[in-house]
Design a protein around this ligand. Structure first.
Ligand code: FES
Length: 224
């Protein structure tokens, strides 16, 4: 049985990854095609042609204005996933439609709504967790992607319990205060968000941060 939580928003890409080249990423086991319309709007649809399942992100598939032309037999799709042209046919079958996804671009991320096919719900963009510093000129942001070959739940566990820093990353980002300071946990049932915080009022500045910032000695350190 799949353990994937559906009817949820997921980060699919950085906004900078999506442009006028066809771009594919698998999210929750679904191959999704991303591209930008000529007006600059990010759109997402299934990356498998309805005809013979050819990946629309693969050459010689291509963008033609605000349509995607399948590289296998030329079925052509609009930005809502609907098929608009079938070579050699005057009429386009009404069922010829790619699954399309709700997309929100916010805080440098492209978010997609992964609906539950058995019980589909509409995504509410106001429920997307915010991270405004990610594209704020007031912050220096280091970002990237790191594929990890494990069940995603293990990474969530890892980041929700940073007490491991003291041991696994000792002498680097881990100092004794991390494991010694208790966490507070808040569950916001309405927004489906769990907040875990550890506020250290008087902590040793870990070597990684002293080297990267020049700050030395005792610091106030928060992990939220
Ligand atoms: S597989 Fe796309 S047109 Fe045939």
């Amino acid at each position: 049985m799949s353990t994937i939580a559906r009817n949820q928003w997921y980060v699919a890409a950085y906004g900078r990854e999506v442009g006028r080249e066809l771009f594919s990423r698998t999210i929750c086991e679904e191959p999704i095609l991303f591209w930008r319309t000529e007006a600059g709007e990010a759109v997402a649809m299934s990356d498998r042609c309805v005809h013979r399942r050819y990946p629309l992100s693969e050459a010689p598939s291509r963008l033609d204005g605000d349509t995607v032309v399948c590289g296998y037999h030329g079925f052509t799709y609009g930005s809502d996933g609907g098929c608009v042209f079938v070579p050699g046919q005057a009429r386009v079958p009404r069922t010829a439609r790619l699954r399309s996804y709700q997309v929100v671009e916010q805080d440098s991320f492209v978010w997609v709504w992964i609906a539950d096919p058995d019980n589909p719900e509409q995504g509410d963009p106001t429920r997307i967790p915010r991270a405004p510093w990610m594209d704020s000129p007031d912050y220096t942001v280091v970002s990237g992607m790191e594929p990890i070959d494990c069940n995603y739940g293990l990474l969530v566990d890892n980041l929700m319990d940073l007490s491991h820093e003291t041991y696994l990353h000792g002498g680097y980002i881990g100092t004794p205060e991390v494991a010694e300071t208790p966490i507070t946990t808040e569950i916001d049932e309405d927004s489906n968000v769990i907040y875990v915080s550890r506020h250290m009022d008087d902590a040793e500045c870990p070597p990684f941060y002293s080297e990267s910032t020049g700050i030395e000695g005792r610091i106030t350190r928060w992990q939220d």
